[in-house]
Structures are given as structure tokens and as C-alpha cells.
Design a protein around this ligand. Structure first.
Ligand code: PAF
Length: 281
């Protein structure tokens, strides 16, 4: 596996592969890889002749300096996992390489509307940071196809919209969330949970399931959500949001919408966990 930390080396390799007629799949990550990420890599491997992964803890998408500083960085272990799985090139730039003029002077990409609700409402500028770094990576890697986890449901929809709005010729694939046996979505942030919190954490998924089931039995969305928020808060979570939205664009639900998504963000100890479930009614 080729490991490159600068744009020139990355572009030179991509150029060679393109000349040789290779197709390119891309998986951007912030590292601290778990089996959810490795599933993305496997999907990438079966969809193109070359796979590029990136590991970059993107400062532009953090609204909290402590969160950025404490984000787990496990490059050695991550590189070994990527090598084992057969990734062809790993891009590991520094913030200086990605943002040489600094964050404030950087041109940015922002998908309007959808970026300022849910996680974007709680984490100011987060999705501007995500869209900007993903657009930069797309321009460098020029992938045919790129893979993202569906756990970050809002992020996935924002990237799909960005690609459509900016006429990028890249297929965006959302891959199903990988879960522990108890339902907890795999996440780098689960590493912040104590043993006791790890026992409580599956309540997030269980509560979403119960809310969806009760709507299926005819309960109103508002009362099912109210029950869900109370169940989580009583179970040691502090709910940031628990909402049901139109699954396609995360707009508010209207009577004619039948593809819906329940989206949740809640604090458990020092971890902010997110999850979602798409359902029909
Ligand atoms: O989902 C992530 O890990 C990040 O938001 C991403 C897409 C790699 C951009 O930094």
C-alpha cells in the first residue's frame, strides 16, 4: 500500500492509474478505524480496480477545540488494517497541506438549508467543514465512486446534494450501519464510553425501534417522539434531538411522505452518539 501525505504524490499516482485504465473507489475517514470503516473499504474494493482511503482529522468540521484535540488518532493500527484489506493508496495529509492559508482564509462549500438543522444546528459550521474537505478530496482523488457510512445519515444526504449541485461525476454510495450484537452502532466515539455507559448505550437504538414500532401501530409521531425522548433521558442519556424527517432531504414530514427516517443525537457521559433508522409508513 502506497502511503502519501501530499497532494503532488497523490495526483501523480492517480494520473498513472488513469492512464492504465484503472477505476478508482474512494473512502474518506478520520481514522480510528472500526469494522464499519472496513466494510466501506471492502465495498470499495469490489467496485473498482483501485481503492484510495484517506485519514484526516479535519479541523474545519470541529466546533470544539477539546473535541478536536482528543479525537482518537491511531494511524499505525489503521494503516495495518488498510494494508490487510488490500487498500491501494492511503492519503494522510496534515492540516497545513489541506488548508495552507489557514481555516479562516479557506474557500468553502456549504449545502444550504439541510446543513443547519439537526447536527448542523447543534454543531455550528460542522457540515461546511465536511462538505469543504470532501469536495477537496474529490478534486484530488477524482474517484468514480465514493463510500460513506449511513450512520452519519445527514452527512450522507449533504454529500449527495453537493455532488448533484456541483455536477460532480461521482457515484455516492451509502453503506448500512454496522452494529454490535446489542444494536449499538459502531463508532469511533464509542471509545469514549465507560464500561457502565457501554451497557446503557444500546438504549439509543432500542428506543428508536420502539418509537418506529409504535408509529406503525398508529401512534402519532409527536407522542411517540415525546415518549422516546423521556425514555432516553430517564436512561442516563441527555437528548440533543430525536426527530422524524423525510428520508430523502430531511425536510419536515408532510402527510404525503411515506419514506421517513428517525434521527437521534444524544450525550452519554462525554460521548455524543448519533444514530438513525429509515422506515416506511
Ligand atoms: O465521516 C467522517 O469520518 C468525516 O466526516 C469525513 C467524511 C471523513 C470528512 O472529514
Amino acid at each position: 500500500m502506497l502511503v502519501v501525505d501530499n497532494s503532488q504524490a497523490l495526483r501523480a499516482q492517480i494520473k498513472q492509474w488513469r492512464k492504465a485504465g484503472e477505476t478508482i473507489a474512494f473512502v474518506p475517514t478520520m481514522g480510528n478505524l472500526h469494522s464499519g470503516h472496513l466494510t466501506l473499504m471492502q465495498r470499495a474494493k469490489s467496485s473498482a480496480t483501485k481503492v484510495v482511503a484517506s485519514i484526516f482529522v479535519n479541523p474545519m468540521q470541529f466546533d470544539n477545540q477539546n473535541d478536536l484535540t482528543n479525537y482518537p488518532r491511531t494511524l499505525q493500527q489503521d494503516s495495518e488494517a488498510l494494508l490487510d484489506i488490500g487498500v491501494d493508496m492511503l492519503f494522510t495529509p496534515t492540516p497545513q497541506i489541506m488548508y495552507p492559508k489557514g481555516l479562516d482564509a479557506q474557500t468553502y462549500v456549504e449545502v444550504p438549508g439541510i446543513s443547519n438543522i439537526l447536527c448542523g444546528g447543534s454543531r455550528g459550521g460542522h457540515f461546511r467543514g465536511v462538505a469543504t474537505i470532501v469536495a477537496k478530496f474529490f478534486n484530488l482523488v477524482t474517484p468514480d465512486i465514493a463510500f460513506f457510512g449511513s450512520k452519519d445519515y445527514q452527512q450522507l444526504q449533504i454529500i449527495k446534494l453537493m455532488v448533484e449541485d456541483l455536477s460532480m461525476d461521482i457515484e455516492i454510495v451509502g453503506v448500512a450501519t454496522v452494529r454490535e450484537e446489542n444494536g449499538l452502532a459502531k463508532s469511533s466515539r464509542n471509545g469514549y464510553l465507560t464500561a457502565q455507559e457501554l451497557n446503557i448505550a444500546p438504549l439509543l437504538y432500542k428506543t428508536m425501534q420502539q418509537v418506529v414500532d409504535s408509529i406503525g401501530r398508529g401512534e402519532s409521531i409527536a407522542s411517540a417522539l415525546e415518549w422516546g425522548v423521556n425514555a432516553l433521558n430517564d436512561g442516563a442519556f441527555t437528548v440533543d434531538y430525536l426527530q422524524i424527517k423525510n428520508a430523502k432531504d430531511l425536510s419536515d414530514v408532510t402527510d404525503s411522505d411515506d419514506e421517513l427516517v428517525i434521527v437521534a443525537a444524544a450525550f452519554l457521559g462525554s460521548a455524543r452518539l448519533i444514530d438513525n433508522m429509515v422506515f416506511s409508513r
